[in-house]
Design a protein around this ligand. Structure first.
Ligand SMILES: [Zn+2]
Ligand SMILES: [Zn+2]
Length: 148
């Protein structure tokens, strides 16, 4: 009795094991198929990206050609009348004096005391990290113009 039961159980176990193996192989196949489809999708995406890049390149080439044409035209058209623009810019700066208060920047910088609190912050005007509390204000001597 006991041995028969044991044999039955072994058969059941064997059947279950085979089923499991079958399921596993099916799962593997599915995974492989999925991998194949994702690879295909990736290829399609890459192809689309390549197309986009090619189109972008073509557009850039076209605009470059247009730019070259326009600059050539510009150079050709203006070669005869070139000396004229200089006269307009030279009239004013002779009377200008650079503001000594702001050194011609039009603003002065100051610092609010933070007593060591706060982190250094990037200042666009100074082009570097400045201590917390650093600020700029319009120059009161030249009214922010940088010259008198
Ligand atoms: Zn000033
Ligand atoms: Zn600054």
């Amino acid at each position: 009795m006991i041995s028969e039961l044991g044999a039955e159980r072994r058969q059941e176990a064997e059947a279950a094991r085979r089923q499991l193996e079958q399921l596993r192989s099916e799962q593997q196949q599915l995974q492989q198929q999925q991998a194949a489809t994702t690879a295909q999708q990736q290829r399609q995406q890459q192809q689309q990206r390549q197309l986009q890049i090619q189109q972008g390149l073509m557009q850039m080439q076209q605009s470059l050609m247009q730019f070259n044409q326009s600059t050539q035209g510009y150079q050709r058209n203006n070669s005869n009348t070139y000396p004229t623009p200089t006269s307009t810019t030279t009239s004013q700066p002779a009377t200008r004096t650079t503001c000594t208060n702001c050194n011609g920047k039009g603003y002065t910088d100051g610092t609010v005391p933070t007593f060591g609190l706060g982190n250094p912050e990037w200042c666009d005007k100074c082009k570097k990290d400045m201590p917390a509390g650093h600020y700029h204000k319009s120059c009161t001597v030249c009214n922010g113009k940088g010259y008198w």
